[in-house]
Ligand binder design. Structure first.
Ligand SMILES: Nc1ncnc2c1ncn2[C@@H]1O[C@H](COP(=O)(O)OP(=O)(O)OP(=O)(O)O)[C@@H](O)[C@H]1O
Ligand SMILES: [Mg+2]
Length: 118
């Protein structure tokens, strides 16, 4: 089976000098349901944010669906649906408006019929 997420020799040192990740290697297979567990401050959010391109990757390599997150970032990010820890949607917005808006974030035109289908 091929990896959907491939993490090789990834380390992260924040500008503060704090080393949050130290040489992480991880292969997550296509179709696998994977839970990343660790104590507070272990570096879970740092790693997930790097996979998604929210935190800069400076040491090591990450591929999503075979796409390098630095050289093929658009293709890599098109494979990702991130549900963040904190609510980032407007709590009082209608569901219809929220999902219409999120299409735009992926560069998709408005498509009410498609949304209605789901
Ligand atoms: N922007 C930053 N600058 C400096 N240090 C940071 C930054 N973001 C996170 N850290 C530090 O890096 C380490 C890893 O943090 P991270 O948020 O990735 O951990 P976590 O496993 O997601 O923790 P939690 O379970 O609390 O969500 C922690 O020591 C944190 O204080
Ligand atoms: Mg976290």
């Amino acid at each position: 089976m091929s990896s959907i997420i491939s993490i090789r020799n990834v380390s992260k040192t924040y500008a503060s000098g704090h080393r949050a990740l130290n040489n992480i290697n991880l292969e997550i297979e296509r179709g696998e349901i994977f839970a990343l567990l660790g104590p507070n401050g272990a570096g879970k959010t740092t790693l997930i944010s790097m996979i998604c391109g929210i935190v800069n990757l400076e040491e090591g390599d990450i591929e999503v669906g075979g796409h390098d997150i630095r050289t093929a970032f658009r293709a890599a990010r098109s494979q990702i649906g991130l549900v963040p820890q904190e609510l980032t949607a407007e709590a009082f917005e209608r569901v219809w408006n929220t999902v219409s808006y999120s299409r735009g974030l992926f560069g998709k035109k408005a498509n009410p019929a498609h949304i209605e289908k789901y």
